[in-house]
Each structure stands twice: as structure tokens, then as C-alpha cells.
Design a protein around this ligand. Sequence first.
Ligand SMILES: [Zn+2]
Length: 476
Amino acid sequence: MALNNGCLKNNIITGDPFVDLGGLVLQSISERFPKKSEIEIVQFLIDVYIKKWNRNLYSVFLTTSKILNPSLKGKYEKSTKSYYQSIIQNKKIESCLDEGYCKTCGKQGLLFHNSRDFFPNSGSGKFVNFHHSHETGIFLCKECTLKLFFIPLGVVLLEGKNGFLHTQSNRLSNFWKHRIIDENLNKIDRNTSTGILRIPYTKSVNALFYLAEQIIMEVKDDEYSDYIQLIIFTNFGADPSCTIHQLPNPVFNFLNKVLRYHKFYWHRFINRFYHIKGAKWDAVNYKWFQEKKGEIIALKEDDYQNNSNQIYEKLLGNKSILRQLENAHKMHYQNQLEKFPIEITYHYIKEVLNMTKEQVELIARISDVIFELSKKEKNFKKYLFMFESAGKAYELRGALLKIIKANFQNGADEPVIRIKDYVDYLFPDGQYWGEIRDLLLIHLYEKYHDEGVNRSEIPEGEIEEAIVEEKHVNTL
Ligand SMILES: [Zn+2]
């Protein structure tokens, strides 16, 4: 029986990451070899695992599984094939349940006993507490049981463990299928596959951003309704683990905007925030330098792409990156570089910080007043210093009050801000004061660029960090 008419017919998304990943691999192989029967597909997989990968599957399957069990030495192929033959034929084997509902897809009928042998990170042996009714394993229908055997071709090596993209969106699943599973199958065709696939990134957080970028470039869309989730797991012996890194939907949409329209500037901005021991950042040439054997050499991206990155950590940890953006605006201005695109900041405050248009306009208006006052008094440094050094909330309020007073003393018709706007838009409930200060300064530097203010008027160094625990930004 052809696979297309068998198991694949029931390739429904179950919501279980492991079963669905196996299903995706099964679908890919089935499409590549439409004439192969189910057992021929299993045989293909056994050949890959045993002959090409030398059974190096210990991070996915347990040593008690038929393909790895040392007591089956010399009989791995035969015993694995015979096990899956019974499953494909829906034949009763030891520990079967005659009748029941599959735990992952809900199908009624004969169910097969699955444990950590082939089902990563599930319960096994005495660990019945992993299962709601304290069964000795997870009981699955034949299709879901079979899919688990396909998992290794759907994962990549990350931090010495296995990683895969989990999503319930078809188009994102297709991306994974095309980029990873097809790549695996191509390597098998070329006889260059020797084990679980490697990607240029080994650090999972960086890999998540790399994959997000690949998706944005490949699966083009103005607005994504999905989020991306990278599951990192190992089912290895006594030390199984599972970590989930989720890229929230607002961050995904923010990346979509900046990568589509400002990719060059975004990459340059990100590079500045890698942690590189003993290296120095050149803010004019946008390069990292390190002294090696008495020689100063520029580092290449490959040298540090697996180091931790402050911006990635902040974006995943729901922390604001506005101060870092603000410093980018200032450094571009100070170093006479072209203007850092204000659009990156706008996309960030719209998509991630969820600031209202009224709030942004109000902050821009206050910035204009600060600029006009500085111009009139021929002293840009004085006001700029007041805001840049405001490291605490009361210092920012104090600086604002000075502006309000100076504006009145200078004979302005309109106040800087009315009390309703102050309460509703400048500091509404839940608004982090540091973000208001950062945005004010970003507008000011934009203005300095546009008006060509003398750079000697600008205080040296980076802007003071706001000293209050940063609020969690609204990601809803
Ligand atoms: Zn099922």
C-alpha cells in the first residue's frame, strides 16, 4: 500500500510537537518517494539511521529502543523493522490496548504503548506520574506511533541538544520542511549525511532570531498572526531536558518591518550588542576589534555570532531596547554618520511597546519645545544634559518642570503640556518613565541631524541608564 494512501491520509496536526514533527518528516519522505510503501519508507529510515548515522540517535531515542538496545546487537535492523511492520499492519503486540482513543490525535481503535524509548521526554518505567491516569506509557494510534520514528530527520543540533521549530501554522511548518527536512534528504541523496543536521548557529536564542529572519525573507507577509517557538530538547539517558524559546508575535512583527525595510542598519545595530570578551567596538566603522598576538584585527561575524547578544535577550525577555536605540541615534550624530533610521524606533514603539499615536506626538511636541528653547538660549548642552543625565524618575520630572517654566518665561502662547495630556498620555498607568525620556532624546537627536546643530554642543559618552527595574513591555 502506498504511503500516500496509508499513514499520510491521517496526517492531521495534533498539537503534540513531537508527533507533529514526525508527521512533517513522514510527509516529506512520502512526497519524495511516492511509490514506496509504508514499510519501504521505514526501511529507508532504518538504513539512514544504521548505515549513514551509525545509530547516533541517543539524544532522541533511549537505549531501550529497538534500534539502540545493546542486547539486540546484530539484530537492530530486523527487530526495528518487525516492530514497525506490526504497527503498520495494526497488529496486536505486547502492551497494546484493544480499544481506546489516541492520546494525541483522538482516533478510536487499537492503541500502542509508547514510552521514552521512541517518544522523547515522556514518562518511562516507574515514572508513571508523567501520565494523567498513571499509565505505564502514552497510548497512541498506529499513525502517531509511526510518526515518532521520523523525528531525528526533523531536528537540528543546538547547544549539544536537538532543536526544532514548533508551530501550528501551515506556512511556517512548510518553511521548516523546506529548509531543514529537505536539506536532510538532499544530503542523504548526496551521501553526505552523517548525523543530525547542523546549522550555522549553535546558540539557541541566536538561532531563533536567525530562523525568524529566514522566515521573514522567505514567507513574505505584511503582518504575521503567528509566533515562533523553538523547542530544545534531549531525551538522553538519565538527563532529559526541554527548553522552549518563544519569539512573541509583536517582536516577530517588529523584526518583519525592520528586516524588510532597514536590514542593513538593523544588523549593524545588533552587532554592537554581542558580548565579546577582550574586544573593542569601533563606533565609527561599526566593527569589533581584538588584539591577537600583538596585532589588532577586525573580527568577522562568524567569530561572535554564537555569543550572547543583549538586544536578543531583551526582546525575548520582554525588556525595552529603547535606550539602546537612543544611543544609536546619538552615536550616529556624534560620529557624523548618516542618520540612524528613525523608522526602526517607530516600528519598535508601535509593534512592541504598543504606544499610542497621541503619546508619540505629545513627546515629539515636547522635544520641539526643548529644541526651540536651546536655540533661543544658544545653549544646546544645558537642556540636553538635563535629560541625558536623568537616571531616576524624579530627575526626569524635574527636567520637564524646568522646561515648562522656561517656556512660560520666554513668553510662549501655549504651555508645553496640559495637565490632561500629562496624565493621559505622558505618564499613563503602566508607562515606564525611562521610555518617555528615551523617546524625547531620540526626537531631539533627529532634530539636531535635520537642523545641523554643531556636534561640540553634545555631551560626550553614552546616555545614562534609567535606574529602575525596567517594566515588562506590553506584548498583547
Ligand atoms: Zn493518533
